[in-house]
Design a protein around this ligand. Structure first.
Ligand code: CA
Length: 232
């Protein structure tokens, strides 16, 4: 049985989520503030954390950062404001996903499932890449042995998801993927993924690896379709 830790100070919301996830066969632990979340996390070792941003004592961002120092556990942030989305997807935080409030229960359940399945998806992506351990395009080097990306010998800091998206595209270069395909293959969502997640991740990735992110030469847009990687 997979264990989900719900960190949410509004007890009504927390309980509704709990009831719905119990029905799906998950076991549930609840924390009502950031401090409690960190304590419970340590004792209970959950499989996924649903983490509200606005929490008493320690906010969700700090909780996420703290847990990420030691663990790769899937963390899905619950955000109430549009401005929080960019921060959630940022490198400094290391969250895997977010859901904006108000959200539907079906969507939430789908996200929980997808992110718990992420571990399998990760190994799928790795499997695709087993044939080729180093991918080069001009001065960009994707080194799968060391799990790092370098440009002109400088290491580029990418989030785990950015790295996975880049390697997924690069290992099948010239093939165009729709946003829906990328959500399915890299994020693991079937129906409920937010297309914006792909665009935001691509934008952030371009800012890091492209010389001119408005005129990219590696991560290419196929207008009206999706994205592909170009090998130079
Ligand atoms: Ca809250």
């Amino acid at each position: 049985m997979k264990k989900v830790l719900i960190v949410e100070d509004e007890k009504t919301i927390s309980d509704i989520i709990k009831v719905n996830l119990l029905k799906e066969g998950y076991s549930i632990i609840q924390a009502y503030d950031g401090k409690q979340a960190l304590e419970i996390y340590k004792d209970e070792n959950p499989d996924l954390i649903l983490l509200d941003v606005m929490l008493p004592y320690i906010d969700g961002f700090q909780v996420c950062r703290k847990i990420r120092e030691k663990s790769n556990i899937p963390i899905v942030m619950l955000t109430a404001k549009e401005e929080e989305v960019d921060k959630v997807l940022g490198l400094e935080l290391g969250a895997d996903d977010y859901i904006t409030k108000p959200f539907g229960m079906r969507e939430l359940i789908a996200r929980v499932k997808a992110n718990i399945r992420r571990v399998e998806i990760d190994s799928n992506v790795e499997e695709i890449l087993t044939n080729e351990k180093i991918i080069k395009s001009a001065d960009l080097v994707i080194d799968l042995n060391r799990y790092e990306v370098r440009k002109n010998e400088n290491i580029i800091e990418l989030t785990k998801r950015e790295f996975e998206l880049l390697t997924f595209l690069a290992s099948q270069d010239t093939q165009v993927f729709t946003r829906e395909q990328l959500l399915k293959d890299v994020w693991g969502y079937e129906y409920f993924g937010d297309i914006r997640t792909v665009d935001v991740t691509v934008r952030r990735m371009r800012e890091k690896i492209e010389e001119d992110s408005s005129n990219p030469k590696f991560i290419m847009t196929k207008r009206g379709v999706g994205y592909y990687f170009r090998r130079i």
